[in-house]
Ligand binder design. Sequence first.
Ligand code: IMP
Ligand code: MG
Length: 177
Amino acid sequence: MLNPREEVEVLLTEQELQTRLNELAEEIEADYRDKDPILIGVLQGAFVFMADLVRRIRIPLMVDFLRVSSYGQSLVTSGEVKILLDLTLPIAKRHVILVEDIIDTGITADYLKANLISRGPESIKICSLLQKKDNLVRMVSVDYLGFPIENRFVVGYGLDYAGRYRELPYVGCIEDA
Ligand code: IMP
Ligand code: MG
């Protein structure tokens, strides 16, 4: 096992992430005042982003998570999405914000948005920390985007490569991926 830091090239520093999160939280706060939104995090990648984001949003809200089938050991998506762990809260007539770590092909977000819409929410928007440029297979509109990034495999701040690197407080690329 390589030292989990030396081989990581930093793309977004902890400071850059925190500054952008403050801006995103402000936008969400302004848009959802008196709406009591439910933020739904997509496990596992979104857990760090979600934790930092909700602590900056100073209006009442609720949090839930769902888990979908992941890339496993692979760097590319299989194109198939399965819900492995579902919500605990009902979302009918609620204002929902789907919180993703990264949108790559858009297949996961597109599938989840359609799935959540079928449960009758009042509204649904997507918030993603990262989005890879020019890689969309499905057209998904990201309502709140942290950073557009180049089409490279990234880790850290919740994102993993084969289960590793989630704990890094920054986003980076690994040389061998
Ligand atoms: P999509 O369905 O292709 O948009 O992929 C979305 C999911 O793939 C994300 O929620 C991540 O879990 C994972 N993913 C996509 N790109 C990366 C990456 O560069 N690093 C780590 N995970 C990624
Ligand atoms: Mg994910």
